[in-house]
Design a protein around this ligand. Structure first.
Ligand code: ADP
Length: 162
């Protein structure tokens, strides 16, 4: 069974992430979306909320599983018996960091390869932080994230403003 892990913060998941999920799920038997408990970032959504949102937006893709993890992505991938780590590349700015991570991970765990998928052009500009910034100032984020995510982000932002 070919298993891949797609790790990330997904705070929140965007249409760019979903595009990478759909395309990478088509390449393997099982795609495990790993939701990182990142104590250094101050996330908008809790780990549990991010997992729940991801489960909801990927429910129609039968070979996707969503799991929370903490620590190194490569250790999580090993635990999942994955052969591949999936990462998305948007622009040259992602490249340097991602290449460094991939090389390091390959030394840590030579049996797991990192697969890079280039973003679909329409999402090349898109990041979770841009989505949060637009939403914070009251902008419409429905073009960037699924409707259910847009509603959840707006609700969070309203709580933040009071
Ligand atoms: P991280 O904290 O690991 O960067 P993110 O949730 O921001 O977590 O991103 C997870 C992965 O998805 C990374 O490989 C990132 O490059 C990729 N990614 C983020 N946004 C997009 C996008 N719009 N198109 C393609 N890949 C993306």
């Amino acid at each position: 069974m070919k298993i891949a892990v797609y790790p990330g913060s997904f705070d929140p998941v965007t249409n760019g992430h979903l595009d990478i999920m759909k395309r990478s799920a088509a390449l393997v038997d099982q795609l495990i979306v790993g939701v990182l408990q990142n104590n250094t970032k101050n996330p908008l959504f809790s780990l549990e909320e991010r997992v729940k949102i991801l489960m909801e937006v990927t429910k129609d893709i039968s070979n996707i599983k969503v799991e929370a993890f903490s620590g190194l992505s490569i250790d999580f991938a090993k635990k999942c018996n994955a052969k591949f780590l999936v990462r998305g590349l948007r622009a040259i700015t992602d490249f340097d960091y991602e290449l460094q991570m991939a090389q390091t991970n390959r030394i840590l765990s030579p049996g797991i390869d990192t697969i890079f998928l280039t973003t679909s052009l329409e999402y090349a500009y898109l990041s979770s932080s841009t989505v949060k910034e637009v939403a914070f100032y009251g902008g419409d984020i429905k073009k960037f994230v699924p409707d259910s995510v847009a509603a959840a982000v707006s609700e969070k932002m309203n709580q933040k403003r009071v």
